[in-house]
Design a binder for this molecule. Structure first.
Ligand code: ATP
Ligand code: MG
Length: 337
Protein backbone atom coordinates (compact mmCIF):
# COMPACT_ATOMS: atom_id res chain seq x y z
CA UNK A 1 0.00 0.00 0.00
CA UNK A 2 1.67 3.18 -1.11
CA UNK A 3 1.14 6.48 0.60
CA UNK A 4 0.30 8.11 -2.74
CA UNK A 5 -2.70 5.86 -3.20
CA UNK A 6 -4.02 6.89 0.18
CA UNK A 7 -3.30 10.53 -0.52
CA UNK A 8 -5.54 10.42 -3.56
CA UNK A 9 -8.32 9.20 -1.26
CA UNK A 10 -7.88 12.42 0.69
CA UNK A 11 -6.66 10.89 3.91
CA UNK A 12 -3.09 12.10 3.98
CA UNK A 13 -3.05 12.56 7.73
CA UNK A 14 -3.95 8.91 8.18
CA UNK A 15 -1.39 7.55 5.72
CA UNK A 16 0.56 4.58 7.04
CA UNK A 17 4.28 4.99 7.71
CA UNK A 18 6.87 2.29 7.15
CA UNK A 19 7.94 2.42 10.77
CA UNK A 20 4.48 1.58 12.12
CA UNK A 21 3.38 -1.72 13.53
CA UNK A 22 0.93 -3.61 11.31
CA UNK A 23 -1.42 -3.88 14.28
CA UNK A 24 -1.14 -2.06 17.56
CA UNK A 25 -3.91 -2.53 20.09
CA UNK A 26 -3.98 -1.29 23.65
CA UNK A 27 -6.56 -2.33 26.19
CA UNK A 28 -9.17 -3.45 23.65
CA UNK A 29 -12.56 -4.11 25.23
CA UNK A 30 -15.84 -5.46 23.84
CA UNK A 31 -18.83 -5.87 26.11
CA UNK A 32 -21.95 -7.82 25.09
CA UNK A 33 -24.61 -7.07 27.70
CA UNK A 34 -22.96 -8.01 30.99
CA UNK A 35 -20.30 -10.12 29.33
CA UNK A 36 -16.82 -8.75 28.67
CA UNK A 37 -16.05 -10.85 25.59
CA UNK A 38 -12.75 -8.97 25.11
CA UNK A 39 -11.38 -7.60 28.34
CA UNK A 40 -8.34 -5.40 27.81
CA UNK A 41 -6.25 -7.04 25.10
CA UNK A 42 -2.94 -5.55 23.89
CA UNK A 43 -1.47 -6.70 20.59
CA UNK A 44 1.59 -5.67 18.61
CA UNK A 45 1.94 -7.27 15.19
CA UNK A 46 5.07 -6.42 13.23
CA UNK A 47 4.94 -5.92 9.48
CA UNK A 48 5.79 -9.09 7.56
CA UNK A 49 5.11 -11.54 10.35
CA UNK A 50 2.46 -14.18 10.94
CA UNK A 51 0.95 -13.47 14.32
CA UNK A 52 -1.28 -16.11 15.88
CA UNK A 53 -4.06 -15.53 18.38
CA UNK A 54 -4.57 -18.85 20.12
CA UNK A 55 -7.50 -19.63 22.37
CA UNK A 56 -10.40 -22.02 23.03
CA UNK A 57 -14.03 -21.56 21.94
CA UNK A 58 -15.45 -18.32 23.24
CA UNK A 59 -12.06 -16.83 24.19
CA UNK A 60 -12.77 -13.67 22.22
CA UNK A 61 -10.67 -14.32 19.10
CA UNK A 62 -13.30 -13.49 16.48
CA UNK A 63 -14.54 -10.50 18.48
CA UNK A 64 -11.00 -9.10 18.62
CA UNK A 65 -10.51 -9.49 14.86
CA UNK A 66 -13.90 -7.95 14.15
CA UNK A 67 -13.06 -4.88 16.21
CA UNK A 68 -9.72 -4.48 14.46
CA UNK A 69 -11.45 -4.85 11.08
CA UNK A 70 -14.03 -2.12 11.95
CA UNK A 71 -16.84 -4.70 11.83
CA UNK A 72 -17.58 -4.18 15.54
CA UNK A 73 -17.33 -1.02 17.61
CA UNK A 74 -14.38 -0.84 20.01
CA UNK A 75 -15.94 -0.25 23.46
CA UNK A 76 -12.71 0.80 25.17
CA UNK A 77 -9.02 0.96 24.39
CA UNK A 78 -7.53 1.88 21.06
CA UNK A 79 -6.18 0.18 17.96
CA UNK A 80 -4.23 1.24 14.91
CA UNK A 81 -3.34 -0.55 11.69
CA UNK A 82 -0.07 0.60 10.09
CA UNK A 83 -0.35 3.65 12.32
CA UNK A 84 -3.89 4.49 11.19
CA UNK A 85 -6.40 4.79 14.03
CA UNK A 86 -9.10 2.14 13.56
CA UNK A 87 -12.02 3.92 15.18
CA UNK A 88 -11.29 7.24 13.47
CA UNK A 89 -10.61 6.00 9.93
CA UNK A 90 -12.77 2.96 9.18
CA UNK A 91 -12.70 3.60 5.42
CA UNK A 92 -8.89 3.60 5.36
CA UNK A 93 -8.71 0.52 7.56
CA UNK A 94 -10.96 -1.38 5.15
CA UNK A 95 -8.45 -0.71 2.38
CA UNK A 96 -5.59 -1.96 4.51
CA UNK A 97 -7.17 -5.17 5.80
CA UNK A 98 -8.47 -8.26 4.04
CA UNK A 99 -10.77 -10.29 6.26
CA UNK A 100 -11.47 -13.98 5.88
CA UNK A 101 -14.39 -15.15 7.96
CA UNK A 102 -14.66 -18.27 10.06
CA UNK A 103 -17.19 -19.52 7.50
CA UNK A 104 -16.78 -18.99 3.78
CA UNK A 105 -18.97 -16.05 2.89
CA UNK A 106 -19.74 -16.61 -0.75
CA UNK A 107 -22.87 -16.90 -2.91
CA UNK A 108 -23.79 -20.56 -3.35
CA UNK A 109 -25.45 -20.18 -6.73
CA UNK A 110 -22.62 -18.35 -8.46
CA UNK A 111 -19.45 -19.95 -9.77
CA UNK A 112 -16.09 -19.34 -8.11
CA UNK A 113 -15.11 -16.98 -10.93
CA UNK A 114 -18.38 -15.05 -10.65
CA UNK A 115 -18.02 -14.80 -6.89
CA UNK A 116 -14.54 -13.31 -7.11
CA UNK A 117 -15.59 -10.92 -9.84
CA UNK A 118 -18.58 -9.84 -7.76
CA UNK A 119 -16.43 -9.29 -4.67
CA UNK A 120 -14.13 -7.12 -6.74
CA UNK A 121 -17.01 -5.11 -8.18
CA UNK A 122 -18.52 -4.62 -4.71
CA UNK A 123 -15.22 -3.17 -3.60
CA UNK A 124 -15.11 -0.75 -6.48
CA UNK A 125 -12.75 -2.58 -8.82
CA UNK A 126 -13.48 -1.96 -12.53
CA UNK A 127 -15.13 -4.87 -14.32
CA UNK A 128 -12.28 -5.87 -16.63
CA UNK A 129 -9.70 -5.53 -13.86
CA UNK A 130 -11.90 -7.59 -11.52
CA UNK A 131 -12.03 -10.29 -14.20
CA UNK A 132 -8.23 -10.34 -14.53
CA UNK A 133 -7.68 -10.43 -10.78
CA UNK A 134 -10.24 -13.23 -10.41
CA UNK A 135 -8.45 -15.34 -13.03
CA UNK A 136 -5.09 -14.73 -11.36
CA UNK A 137 -6.39 -15.66 -7.89
CA UNK A 138 -8.15 -18.79 -9.17
CA UNK A 139 -4.80 -19.90 -10.58
CA UNK A 140 -2.85 -19.07 -7.42
CA UNK A 141 -5.29 -20.97 -5.23
CA UNK A 142 -5.51 -24.07 -7.41
CA UNK A 143 -9.13 -23.43 -8.27
CA UNK A 144 -8.77 -23.13 -12.05
CA UNK A 145 -10.45 -26.40 -12.85
CA UNK A 146 -13.38 -25.71 -10.57
CA UNK A 147 -13.59 -22.03 -11.52
CA UNK A 148 -16.81 -22.30 -13.47
CA UNK A 149 -18.68 -24.61 -11.14
CA UNK A 150 -21.21 -23.26 -8.64
CA UNK A 151 -19.92 -22.97 -5.08
CA UNK A 152 -22.66 -25.33 -3.90
CA UNK A 153 -20.53 -28.14 -5.38
CA UNK A 154 -17.35 -27.07 -3.55
CA UNK A 155 -15.69 -29.00 -0.72
CA UNK A 156 -14.91 -27.29 2.58
CA UNK A 157 -11.27 -26.84 1.59
CA UNK A 158 -12.15 -25.29 -1.75
CA UNK A 159 -14.53 -22.89 -0.02
CA UNK A 160 -11.84 -21.79 2.40
CA UNK A 161 -9.42 -21.15 -0.43
CA UNK A 162 -12.04 -19.19 -2.35
CA UNK A 163 -12.89 -17.20 0.77
CA UNK A 164 -9.21 -16.35 1.25
CA UNK A 165 -8.89 -15.47 -2.46
CA UNK A 166 -11.84 -13.10 -2.11
CA UNK A 167 -10.16 -11.27 0.75
CA UNK A 168 -7.10 -10.66 -1.46
CA UNK A 169 -8.86 -8.97 -4.36
CA UNK A 170 -7.94 -5.48 -3.24
CA UNK A 171 -4.39 -6.63 -2.42
CA UNK A 172 -4.47 -5.53 1.20
CA UNK A 173 -1.12 -5.47 3.04
CA UNK A 174 -2.66 -7.07 6.14
CA UNK A 175 -4.82 -10.21 6.16
CA UNK A 176 -7.00 -11.40 9.03
CA UNK A 177 -7.67 -15.14 8.97
CA UNK A 178 -10.23 -16.43 11.44
CA UNK A 179 -9.53 -20.11 12.09
CA UNK A 180 -8.44 -20.75 8.51
CA UNK A 181 -8.20 -24.52 8.84
CA UNK A 182 -10.85 -25.53 11.36
CA UNK A 183 -12.71 -28.50 9.91
CA UNK A 184 -10.26 -29.19 7.10
CA UNK A 185 -8.63 -32.59 6.55
CA UNK A 186 -4.87 -32.82 7.21
CA UNK A 187 -3.84 -32.58 3.56
CA UNK A 188 -6.04 -29.57 2.84
CA UNK A 189 -4.81 -28.01 6.07
CA UNK A 190 -1.24 -28.38 4.85
CA UNK A 191 -2.16 -26.73 1.55
CA UNK A 192 -3.74 -23.83 3.41
CA UNK A 193 -0.61 -23.44 5.52
CA UNK A 194 1.47 -23.27 2.33
CA UNK A 195 -0.89 -20.69 0.90
CA UNK A 196 -0.59 -18.55 4.02
CA UNK A 197 3.22 -18.81 3.97
CA UNK A 198 3.08 -17.76 0.32
CA UNK A 199 1.13 -14.63 1.22
CA UNK A 200 3.78 -13.61 3.71
CA UNK A 201 6.58 -14.37 1.26
CA UNK A 202 4.77 -12.00 -1.09
CA UNK A 203 4.97 -9.19 1.47
CA UNK A 204 1.68 -9.55 3.40
CA UNK A 205 1.32 -9.46 7.16
CA UNK A 206 -1.02 -12.10 8.58
CA UNK A 207 -2.99 -12.07 11.82
CA UNK A 208 -4.68 -15.42 12.32
CA UNK A 209 -6.72 -17.05 15.02
CA UNK A 210 -6.60 -20.72 15.80
CA UNK A 211 -7.59 -23.25 18.43
CA UNK A 212 -4.67 -25.47 17.51
CA UNK A 213 -1.24 -25.24 19.05
CA UNK A 214 0.25 -27.19 16.16
CA UNK A 215 -1.12 -24.68 13.66
CA UNK A 216 0.20 -21.73 15.62
CA UNK A 217 3.46 -23.64 15.96
CA UNK A 218 3.74 -24.35 12.23
CA UNK A 219 2.79 -20.90 11.03
CA UNK A 220 3.15 -18.16 13.57
CA UNK A 221 6.27 -16.15 14.30
CA UNK A 222 4.66 -15.05 17.55
CA UNK A 223 1.55 -16.11 19.43
CA UNK A 224 -0.76 -14.44 21.92
CA UNK A 225 -2.71 -16.91 24.02
CA UNK A 226 -6.10 -15.59 25.07
CA UNK A 227 -8.64 -16.94 27.50
CA UNK A 228 -11.89 -15.36 28.72
CA UNK A 229 -11.13 -12.19 26.78
CA UNK A 230 -7.67 -11.69 28.29
CA UNK A 231 -4.18 -12.32 27.07
CA UNK A 232 -2.57 -14.89 29.33
CA UNK A 233 0.74 -15.29 27.52
CA UNK A 234 2.67 -14.14 24.49
CA UNK A 235 5.80 -15.38 22.80
CA UNK A 236 7.30 -17.41 20.02
CA UNK A 237 5.97 -20.98 19.70
CA UNK A 238 9.16 -22.25 21.31
CA UNK A 239 8.87 -19.87 24.24
CA UNK A 240 5.29 -20.97 24.92
CA UNK A 241 6.12 -24.63 24.71
CA UNK A 242 9.08 -24.41 27.02
CA UNK A 243 6.71 -22.95 29.60
CA UNK A 244 5.14 -26.41 29.74
CA UNK A 245 8.19 -28.40 28.66
CA UNK A 246 9.11 -29.17 25.07
CA UNK A 247 7.34 -32.48 25.14
CA UNK A 248 5.26 -34.66 27.40
CA UNK A 249 6.03 -38.18 28.52
CA UNK A 250 2.88 -40.28 28.83
CA UNK A 251 3.11 -43.53 30.73
CA UNK A 252 0.55 -46.28 31.17
CA UNK A 253 1.49 -48.70 33.95
CA UNK A 254 0.62 -52.40 34.10
CA UNK A 255 -0.45 -51.94 37.71
CA UNK A 256 -2.50 -48.82 38.55
CA UNK A 257 -1.45 -49.34 42.18
CA UNK A 258 2.14 -48.49 41.21
CA UNK A 259 1.31 -44.92 40.14
CA UNK A 260 2.50 -43.34 43.42
CA UNK A 261 5.81 -45.23 43.22
CA UNK A 262 6.26 -44.22 39.58
CA UNK A 263 5.45 -40.60 40.45
CA UNK A 264 8.18 -40.67 43.10
CA UNK A 265 10.70 -41.92 40.52
CA UNK A 266 9.68 -39.18 38.09
CA UNK A 267 10.07 -36.50 40.75
CA UNK A 268 13.50 -37.80 41.66
CA UNK A 269 14.76 -38.04 38.05
CA UNK A 270 13.24 -34.89 36.57
CA UNK A 271 12.55 -32.73 39.58
CA UNK A 272 9.12 -32.11 38.01
CA UNK A 273 5.62 -32.82 39.23
CA UNK A 274 3.75 -35.40 37.11
CA UNK A 275 0.01 -35.27 36.35
CA UNK A 276 -1.54 -38.48 37.71
CA UNK A 277 -4.64 -40.50 36.81
CA UNK A 278 -4.16 -43.30 39.39
CA UNK A 279 -7.47 -45.01 38.64
CA UNK A 280 -6.39 -45.54 35.04
CA UNK A 281 -2.75 -46.22 35.80
CA UNK A 282 -1.68 -43.15 33.85
CA UNK A 283 0.98 -40.59 34.51
CA UNK A 284 2.03 -37.63 32.35
CA UNK A 285 4.98 -35.35 32.86
CA UNK A 286 6.45 -32.43 30.94
CA UNK A 287 9.98 -32.92 29.61
CA UNK A 288 12.40 -30.15 28.85
CA UNK A 289 14.20 -32.47 26.42
CA UNK A 290 12.55 -35.44 24.74
CA UNK A 291 15.56 -37.63 25.58
CA UNK A 292 14.89 -37.28 29.32
CA UNK A 293 12.23 -39.94 28.66
CA UNK A 294 15.02 -42.52 28.56
CA UNK A 295 16.27 -41.51 32.03
CA UNK A 296 12.77 -41.94 33.44
CA UNK A 297 12.25 -45.34 31.80
CA UNK A 298 15.58 -46.69 33.07
CA UNK A 299 14.86 -45.46 36.59
CA UNK A 300 11.39 -47.02 36.52
CA UNK A 301 12.81 -50.38 35.46
CA UNK A 302 15.40 -50.18 38.23
CA UNK A 303 12.59 -49.43 40.68
CA UNK A 304 10.69 -52.48 39.42
CA UNK A 305 7.72 -50.52 37.99
CA UNK A 306 6.42 -52.20 34.83
CA UNK A 307 5.06 -50.15 31.99
CA UNK A 308 2.44 -51.20 29.48
CA UNK A 309 2.83 -48.29 27.07
CA UNK A 310 4.97 -45.19 26.60
CA UNK A 311 4.69 -42.21 24.33
CA UNK A 312 6.47 -38.89 24.03
CA UNK A 313 4.25 -36.23 22.52
CA UNK A 314 4.42 -32.51 22.03
CA UNK A 315 2.47 -30.60 24.63
CA UNK A 316 -1.09 -30.15 23.47
CA UNK A 317 -2.99 -26.90 23.60
CA UNK A 318 -4.72 -28.40 26.63
CA UNK A 319 -1.43 -28.72 28.44
CA UNK A 320 -0.32 -25.21 27.50
CA UNK A 321 -3.64 -23.94 28.73
CA UNK A 322 -3.55 -25.94 31.88
CA UNK A 323 -0.10 -24.58 32.62
CA UNK A 324 -1.03 -20.99 31.81
CA UNK A 325 -4.53 -20.72 33.19
CA UNK A 326 -4.95 -23.57 35.63
CA UNK A 327 -7.86 -24.93 33.62
CA UNK A 328 -8.28 -26.93 30.44
CA UNK A 329 -9.69 -25.76 27.11
CA UNK A 330 -12.93 -27.62 27.79
CA UNK A 331 -15.02 -24.96 29.50
CA UNK A 332 -17.78 -27.33 30.51
CA UNK A 333 -15.35 -29.52 32.36
CA UNK A 334 -13.97 -26.44 34.12
CA UNK A 335 -17.42 -25.33 35.22
CA UNK A 336 -18.27 -28.83 36.44
CA UNK A 337 -15.17 -28.79 38.55
N1 ATP B 1 -22.79 -10.59 18.85
C1 ATP B 1 -22.64 -11.13 20.07
N2 ATP B 1 -23.56 -10.93 21.04
C2 ATP B 1 -23.38 -11.46 22.27
N3 ATP B 1 -22.33 -12.21 22.64
C3 ATP B 1 -21.40 -12.45 21.73
C4 ATP B 1 -21.49 -11.94 20.38
N4 ATP B 1 -20.39 -12.33 19.70
C5 ATP B 1 -19.67 -13.07 20.55
N5 ATP B 1 -20.25 -13.14 21.76
C6 ATP B 1 -19.72 -13.82 22.95
O1 ATP B 1 -18.42 -13.32 23.18
C7 ATP B 1 -17.54 -14.36 23.58
C8 ATP B 1 -16.36 -14.41 22.64
O2 ATP B 1 -16.83 -14.84 21.38
P1 ATP B 1 -15.87 -15.00 20.14
O3 ATP B 1 -16.72 -15.36 18.97
O4 ATP B 1 -15.01 -13.81 20.00
O5 ATP B 1 -14.98 -16.24 20.57
P2 ATP B 1 -13.92 -17.06 19.74
O6 ATP B 1 -12.66 -17.04 20.53
O7 ATP B 1 -13.86 -16.55 18.35
O8 ATP B 1 -14.53 -18.53 19.79
P3 ATP B 1 -14.56 -19.70 18.66
O9 ATP B 1 -13.27 -20.42 18.78
O10 ATP B 1 -15.70 -20.55 19.11
O11 ATP B 1 -14.79 -19.07 17.34
C9 ATP B 1 -18.36 -15.63 23.61
O12 ATP B 1 -18.78 -15.84 24.94
C10 ATP B 1 -19.53 -15.31 22.73
O13 ATP B 1 -20.67 -16.03 23.13
MG1 MG C 1 -14.32 -17.38 16.54
Amino acid sequence: MSITELDSAGVTSAAPRDTDLAVQAEGLVKVFGEHRAVDGIDLAVRPGEIFGVLGPNGAGKTTTLRMLATLLRIDAGRASIFGVDVAGNPHVIRQLVGVTGQYASVDENLTARENLWLFGRLQGVASSRARRIAADLLGRFGLEEAADRPISQFSGGMRRRLDLAASLITRPPLIFLDEPTTGLDPRTRGQMWDTIRGLVAGGCTVLLTTQYLDEADQLADRIAVIDHGRKVAEGTPDELKTMVGNSTLQLLLDEPGEVPAAAEVVRRVLGAEPVLSPERGRLNVALEQADQAADVLIALRTAGVSISSVSVAKPSLDEVFLALTGHGTDEKETEDR
